[in-house]
Structures are given as structure tokens and as C-alpha cells.
Design a protein around this ligand. Structure first.
Ligand SMILES: Cc1cc2nc3c(=O)[nH]c(=O)nc-3n(C[C@H](O)[C@H](O)[C@H](O)COP(=O)(O)OP(=O)(O)OC[C@H]3O[C@@H](n4cnc5c(N)ncnc54)[C@H](O)[C@@H]3O)c2cc1C
Length: 495
């Protein structure tokens, strides 16, 4: 508990906080104060609604406390170490002794987190007119919630209780002990060796970061490629990047058991019948997320759910109880902060203002923050084919982009899929050091119905890595030059 941790707590769980006297009934009662809950509560209060926000742990939820914010802060420090080791490539002599100070990197992460937590502070929410209740919420009926013995009544409610780490059923794992995203950011000493179980975004991001800090990292993933959702070439680049950073990659490897020997965790994996034993100091699991539905009294509220999908919602995010809505990880397939945010805004409109906004209309991009980053929006080729849509893909490798060459960041590509014969963008995958930033332009195009040819007509600042998108658009424009038009142009020029 250093001063940064204390500052965080002062914002997101003040020691001397007293829950307000309930005003009743609330126009909107929100359970869970992660990104979804905070956005809905703020938006509803700003529009004049009487709002209650209930949080059992820390305001800000996973994103601020155990997810996006701490992971991205750590990834930044790890990238700096990687860049320093590569300094000679840029004409800078590598410092004689690059010393990783993991404790300081973790302290920086706590400083960053404390700073960002200001906007989520209980005091600010109260100033915005929101009644903030700390305690565990449990529905006691179709219009009432109990918070540690206090009953709150509502006209409309939104469940935004998020998700928790899915724990793998591996013999001996619980006895041996392991880290999850809820505990890994509490480390102050760098594990000498670490096995990451799971090659999704969390596993890949943290495996690379810890390897760059100097941990001997292995990663075991049960499938043949990391990031199973992504296109093969993108996923292969992640494998190559991890290997280059010294991560021992075990693909198609199922972890079957763990035992402790001489203070080390010995993990057995099976690949094609071959058993491998990996000896490590720590294990981090990141095999996926499970919706947080336990103990919510959903039966009493008449809200249908299941353990896999979480709370059942319709396209308007309404549950089986028409007074109760849900948003965020607890009900969405795409478990991201920005989708939780967008869904919460839909709930406010639909629940309080007779809106008819559909969650299926959202265009949701995403990004895995490895180095290089992998970002995607819209359809994959296989999805377009499943729907019988003919696809043409325009790909520009980053090694053809001047700024990427100048930056020494040539790894990756921009790949844009259009409906064949048109410039209608169906989807895109970008692998680049700043792919997460670059994908936003394509997302805007998808939302606004802007075709790929507009990128060709748009002047991009030179030199920037985003020019790769324009280069893909130029490639599309060239396909419009039919032999007949080319002949006509040649004739015109020679005239
Ligand atoms: C390591 C990691 C890195 C990530 N990085 C990114 C990223 O870079 N970008 C991105 O977009 N997403 C990222 N995510 C995902 C992102 O954190 C989640 O999608 C987001 O936090 C979901 O928001 P939410 O509001 O639905 O739920 P949460 O953030 O989980 O918040 C739910 C809140 O509800 C509270 N709660 C639960 N039950 C009760 C109850 N009964 N009573 C009262 N309160 C309750 C919880 O305590 C919690 O505070 C990451 C996740 C992890 C784990």
C-alpha cells in the first residue's frame, strides 16, 4: 500500500465513505461500477435521472483496477526496455548495463492507475448527483435490490457486473497456486520464470511484457495458433514476435497437471501425445472470462441467464424482466471496455427514453496490444464467405510504408476487405506497432458508410504509418482502371 495505491483507494473506495440514504424509487439503478456502470450512471444523471450506482469492490471495475489500465502501463515500460536493447539499430549506443527495475515499473503502473482513477472517484460521481452505494447488490424482487441490508427500489435497472477470470480445470493447479489478472498486478518482484496458460489477448500481451522485463517466459496454448479469432497471418506474426522476445512457445499444448518440486511449479503439457514438463516459479492463467452472475438473485428478479453467455438480453439489451437491462462483459460476446461503454449508452436511451437502439448495429473494433499490435474491425473473410459475400482484399505490408521503414517498425500489414467489384469496406485487419490507433479510421468509414476509394482521395500527412491505408485504397483505385479506360486515357494523352 504505497501512496499511489492509497490515492487509488481514496478515489475508488474511500475508507470513510457513508452510503447515502436511499431516494426512491430510482429512475435507473446500476449494479456494478466498471466501465459500463459508470458510463450509464453518468449519462443518466446528466440527463436529470435519479440514479443509484452499487459497487461491491472498487469503482472502475476490471478495466481500471485489474485490466486495461495496469496492463497497458506495464506494456509501455516493457516496450521501453525492448527499444533500449535495440538502441544500436537506431545509432544510439546501448547503455552499458540496462537494468530492469521491475518494482519501479510496477510503481509507475500504480501511479498511472491512481491518476486515471480520479475521473472514476466516488466524490466526482456524488458531485454529478449519483447516489453511490458500496456493498454487494442482490435482487430481492422484480423492482428491488438489497445492498448489505438496505433496500433500494427502482423503475429501471441495469446489470453491469462484468466478468471474472475463467479458471482452468487442471489437476494440482489450485494446490500449486497461480496468478490471474486479479493478482498479477500486485507483484513487486519479477518472477524469474513464468508459464502463461492461454494464448488469447491477455496471455499474449503479458507473456511478451514479462519476457521483455527479463523473466524466462513460456506460453502454452491449446490451439494451433494464438488469438484464435484473428486471421492466420496476423496470429502467426504474434507467434513470431513472442519467439523473438525470447518467449518459449508451446502451441497445440494442453496443460494436464501441475505439481510442486523443490519450490518450483512443474507443469506437464501434452502435444500430440508427447509430454513436456515446464519448470517455473509462477503460473499466470488467462484462458478466458466468465460472466459475473453469481449471488445476484437473478431468479427473484426474473432475469434469465446461463454460465456461458451470462445474462440473456435481446437486441435492445433488455433482459427477460422488461424493467431490467444489462451491458458490458456480463452479457456481451465482445468483452471490451469500449463495447461496454457503447452498450451502456444504448441502455440509457432504451431504458429511460423509449429508444430502440440495437446492439447489433454497433461497429466494434478491437486490438491486442502485443508488439506489433493486432487490430481488427468488421468482417473476417471467412465470415463474408459464410454470408455469400464475394470478397476482394487489398494488402499493404508495412515494409512498403516510408514512415514504418524510418521508424524501424516494418513488421505487419494493413489488409482491407471490400465487397468484390465495389469499394464497400467489409472489414480490416491491421498488424503494426500502432495498429490500435490506425484501425479507428476504418471504423469511422464503416460507421459512416465511407468507401475505400474515399481514402484514396483523402490527403494523408506524409510520412505516417496510416498512409498504409491510403496505399491500400490506391491499390483499389488501380483496379478500376479497366483496359478500355486505360486505352482511352493513353489515346487522350497522345492526342
Ligand atoms: C488483463 C486485462 C486487460 C484488458 N485490456 C483491455 C484493453 O486493452 N482494452 C479493452 O477494451 N478491454 C480490455 N479488457 C477488458 C475490459 O477490462 C472489460 O471488457 C471491461 O472492464 C468490462 O467492463 P464492465 O463494466 O462490463 O465490467 P467490469 O469492469 O468487470 O466491472 C464490473 C463491476 O461490477 C462489480 N460487481 C460485480 N458483482 C457485483 C454485485 N453483486 N454487487 C455490486 N457490484 C458488483 C465488480 O466489482 C466490478 O467492479 C481487459 C481485461 C483484462 C482482464
Amino acid at each position: 500500500m504505497d501512496r499511489y495505491e492509497q490515492a487509488l483507494r481514496d478515489h475508488v473506495r474511500p475508507r470513510d465513505w457513508r452510503n447515502p440514504k436511499p431516494r426512491e424509487p430510482y429512475h435507473l439503478l446500476v449494479v456494478g461500477a466498471g466501465p459500463a456502470g459508470l458510463v450509464a450512471a453518468r449519462a443518466a444523471a446528466a440527463l436529470g435521472a435519479r440514479v443509484a450506482l452499487i459497487e461491491r469492490d472498487l469503482l472502475g471495475g476490471d478495466c481500471l483496477n485489474h485490466g486495461c489500465v495496469p496492463s497497458k502501463a506495464l506494456i509501455r515500460s516493457a516496450r521501453l526496455y525492448a527499444d533500449m536493447r535495440n538502441a544500436l539499430n537506431f545509432g544510439v549506443r546501448e547503455p552499458a548495463n540496462i537494468e530492469v527495475d521491475f518494482a519501479m515499473a510496477m510503481q509507475r503502473m500504480r501511479r498511472v492507475r491512481a491518476r486515471i482513477s480520479r475521473v472514476d472517484s466516488a466524490a466526482q460521481l456524488a458531485d454529478a448527483g449519483i447516489d453511490v452505494f458500496f456493498g454487494v447488490a442482490r435482487f430481492t424482487g422484480r423492482t428491488a435490490v438489497d445492498v448489505d441490508g438496505t433496500e433500494l427500489r427502482f423503475k429501471k435497472a441495469m446489470i453491469a457486473t462484468g466478468s471474472r477470470p475463467l479458471l482452468p480445470a487442471i489437476a494440482g493447479l489450485a494446490e500449486a497456486g497461480f496468478l490471474t489478472n486479479e493478482t498479477v498486478f500486485d507483484l513487486t518482484v519479477l518472477p524469474k520464470s513464468l508459464l502463461v496458460i492461454g494464448g488469447g489477448p491477455l496471455g499474449c500481451e503479458l507473456a511478451q511484457a514479462f519476457a521483455r522485463f527479463g523473466s524466462r517466459v513460456a506460453i502454452a496454448h491449446a490451439e494451433p495458433l494464438f488469438l484464435p479469432k484473428e486471421e492466420r497471418d496476423a496470429a502467426q506474426m504474434v507467434s513470431a514476435a513472442l519467439s523473438r522476445d525470447g518467449v518459449e512457445v508451446h502451441l497445440n499444448a494442453r496443460v494436464v497437471c501441475v505439481r510442486v518440486e523443490d519450490g518450483k511449479r512443474c507443469v506437464e503439457t501434452v502435444n500430440d501425445g508427447n509430454v513436456t514438463t515446464i519448470k517455473v516459479d509462477q503460473i499466470l492463467t488467462g484462458i478466458g472470462r466468465a460472466p459475473m452472475i453469481e449471488g445476484l438473485g437473478l431468479e427473484a428478479a426474473g432475469v434469465a441467464c446461463d454460465e456461458l453467455a451470462g445474462i440473456h438480453v435481446d437486441d435492445f439489451l433488455r433482459t427477460s424482466n422488461p424493467r431490467i437491462y444489462a451491458a458490458g462483459d456480463v452479457c456481451l460476446e465482445h468483452k471490451f471496455t469500449h463495447s461496454a461503454d457503447a452498450a451502456a449508452r444504448i441502455v440509457v436511451r432504451n431504458a429511460l427514453f423509449l429508444g430502440r437502439q440495437r446492439v447489433s448495429d454497433l461497429v466494434i473494433p478491437w486490438c491486442t496490444y502485443t508488439d506489433p499490435e493486432i487490430a481488427h474491425v468488421g468482417m473476417y473473410v471467412r465470415q463474408a464467405r459464410e454470408r455469400g459475400i464475394p470478397v476482394k482484399t487489398f494488402t499493404v505490408p508495412m515494409h512498403d510504408v516510408d514512415r514504418a521503414i524510418a521508424d524501424g517498425e516494418e513488421e505487419g500489414f494493413v489488409k482491407i476487405h471490400v465487397r468484390e467489384g465495389t469499394d464497400k469496406i467489409l472489414g480490416a485487419t491491421i498488424v503494426a506497432r500502432h495498429a490500435g490507433d490506425m484501425i479507428n479510421a476504418i471504423t469511422l468509414a464503416l460507421v459512416a458508410g465511407i468507401g475505400l476509394s474515399t481514402f484514396a482521395r483523402t490527403i494523408h500527412t506524409y510520412p505516417t504509418q496510416a498512409e498504409a491505408i491510403k496505399q491500400a485504397a490506391d491499390a483499389y483505385t488501380r483496379t478500376r482502371l479497366t483496359p478500355w479506360i486505360a486505352r482511352l486515357l493513353r489515346f487522350w494523352v497522345r492526342k
